[in-house]
Design a binder for this molecule. Structure first.
Ligand code: ZN
Length: 179
């Protein structure tokens, strides 16, 4: 099967601000949709992301792919719904392929319950905590036209080079790492 590396939309492109369309049942059967899922995954790997959402590759569709660990299988979420478990929030620095070379501190729910379809349309449920919960929330935000910078503490924003040189502008305890 031939796969394609897709270009990534950068902040300022209107597609990143749209509310994406739901994947309808028929689409899961469509080979074009399956190819798109492969391309989304390949593009995520090529661009060194932990996750990638369809609107980031110019498709206004409610699909994201996430792979937190290269030893694990990639997880596709179509039409995901997120419900926080409890009201615990944690701060962590995030980055985004659509906002290159920037980092910023974002508060996210520490535990979530996710209901989604897989890439073949099969419904599934799971819980995510900590870093995994953060990545899922970040990627799913893309489906609603939300970028992490919308939620970031303004004074925490730093270019990657400076972030590495001087450290995070706002130091948080128990930081889990950077995306
Ligand atoms: Zn992103």
């Amino acid at each position: 099967m031939r796969m394609a590396i897709l270009q990534v939309a950068r902040m300022g492109h209107p597609i990143l601000r749209q509310v994406s369309e739901r994947v309808d049942d028929a689409q899961f059967e469509d080979p074009n949709f399956q190819r798109f899922c492969d391309d989304l995954y390949e593009s995520m790997l090529e661009h060194d992301g932990l996750g990638l959402a369809a609107p980031q590759v110019f498709r206004s569709l409610r699909v994201v792919v996430i792979q937190l660990d290269s030893d694990e299988e990639a997880m596709f979420l179509a039409n995901p719904e997120i419900t926080p478990i409890g009201d615990g929030q944690a701060l962590g620095y995030e980055g985004c392929l659509s906002v290159p070379e920037l980092r910023g501190l974002v508060a996210r729910a520490t535990s979530i319950r996710v209901s989604a379809r897989d890439r073949h349309g099969k419904p599934f449920l799971f819980e995510a905590h900590g870093w995994a919960a953060r990545v899922v929330q970040h990627e799913c935000d893309h489906l609603d036209g939300v970028l992490y910078v919308d939620r970031a503490e303004p004074r925490s924003l730093a270019f990657l080079k400076e972030y590495r040189r001087f450290g995070p502008p706002i130091v948080i305890e128990g930081e889990e790492g950077e995306e």
